[in-house]
Design a binder for this molecule. Structure first.
Ligand code: ZN
Ligand code: ZN
Length: 247
C-alpha cells in the first residue's frame, strides 16, 4: 500500500516537474525531448520514396495525382504509427514541433519550398473538429509554415461531406468517396498563380491529398506540393481492401 502510494506520489511529482511524455509510448521523458530513446530508435525515415507521388513504390505511371509532389518524414509503422494515432487523440503540438522541421527540410531539398507562397491543410469535417476540438493537420501546417517562413491559412478549402471511416474502404472505394468531398471556402483570399503546400498526417492512397489539390488548382493554384508526417509502406494490391491507415 505504502509502496504503491509512494510510487504514485513519485509519479505525480515527476509529472509536475516533467510533464513531458514520449509522443509514442507516453512514457515520461525529459524537457525538450519528443520521443523516448526506444521509440525514437524505431522511427524509420521514409527515404527513397518518389518525390512526385510520395509513394514507396512509385505510382506515377499507374495513377494520376492532382498534386505536383509529396514529401514525408517516416514510414507509418511501429512508434511512428502510435505517435500519429496519439496525434489524432490530442498529442498534437509536440508531434507537429518534432516533425515540422523535418518536413520543411525535405520540402527545401526537393525544391518545393523555394517557390511556395502559402501553407494549408486537409480540412476536417465539422463533426470531427467538434469531437477533438482541433484539426491536427492545421497544427502540422502551422508549424511547417513557421519553419519555412511563409503564411499559413486553413481557410482555403472546406470539407463538404461528412467524415467517412476510410480505413474500412478499399483504395478504389476511397477514391470514389473523396470525390467532391472538398470545395473552395467562401470569401477566400485569392491563390491565383500561387504555389501551395498542403499538409496532412498520413499518405496512404493519395486520394484525399489529390482531391484537395484538385480543388486548390480549380481555384487557380499553380502548383500544389503535399507534406505529411508518415507514409504507409504496404502494397495495396497485396493488402487487398483493408487499409491500415486513415487517408
Ligand atoms: Zn516512447
Ligand atoms: Zn511516383
Amino acid at each position: 500500500m505504502m509502496k504503491t502510494l509512494a510510487k504514485a506520489l513519485k509519479q505525480f511529482a515527476a509529472d509536475l516537474i516533467f510533464p513531458n511524455r514520449c509522443l509514442s509510448c507516453l512514457k515520461v521523458i525529459g524537457w525538450k525531448e519528443y520521443f523516448c530513446p526506444e521509440c525514437e530508435g524505431e522511427l524509420k525515415p521514409s527515404d527513397g520514396c518518389c518525390i512526385k507521388c510520395g509513394m514507396k513504390v512509385c505510382e506515377c505511371e499507374t495513377q494520376s495525382f492532382s498534386y505536383d509532389g509529396c514529401v514525408s518524414c517516416v514510414f507509418y509503422e511501429s512508434s511512428a504509427r502510435q505517435a500519429v494515432l496519439n496525434l489524432k487523440e490530442g498529442e498534437i503540438f509536440g508531434c507537429a514541433e518534432y516533425f515540422a522541421p523535418i518536413i520543411s527540410e525535405k520540402l527545401k531539398s526537393c525544391g518545393y519550398a523555394a517557390s511556395a507562397d502559402i501553407v494549408t491543410c486537409v480540412p476536417m469535417g465539422k463533426k470531427r473538429i467538434r469531437k477533438s476540438g482541433v484539426n491536427h493537420s492545421a497544427v502540422i501546417g502551422k508549424s511547417v509554415a513557421k519553419s519555412i517562413g511563409i503564411d499559413f491559412s486553413d481557410k482555403l478549402i472546406v470539407k463538404v461531406s461528412d467524415d467517412l471511416i476510410q480505413h474500412e474502404l478499399s483504395a478504389q472505394e476511397r477514391r470514389t468517396m473523396v470525390k467532391n468531398a472538398f470545395a473552395p471556402a467562401k470569401n477566400v483570399e485569392s491563390i491565383d498563380g500561387k504555389t501551395v503546400i498542403l499538409c496532412d498526417d498520413i499518405l496512404t492512397t493519395g486520394s484525399t491529398l489529390s482531391e484537395c489539390a484538385r480543388v486548390l488548382k480549380s481555384m487557380g493554384a499553380k502548383k500544389v506540393y503535399c507534406a505529411v508526417i508518415a507514409v504507409t509502406r504496404f502494397d495495396k494490391e497485396k493488402y487487398g481492401s483493408k487499409n491500415p491507415a486513415g487517408t
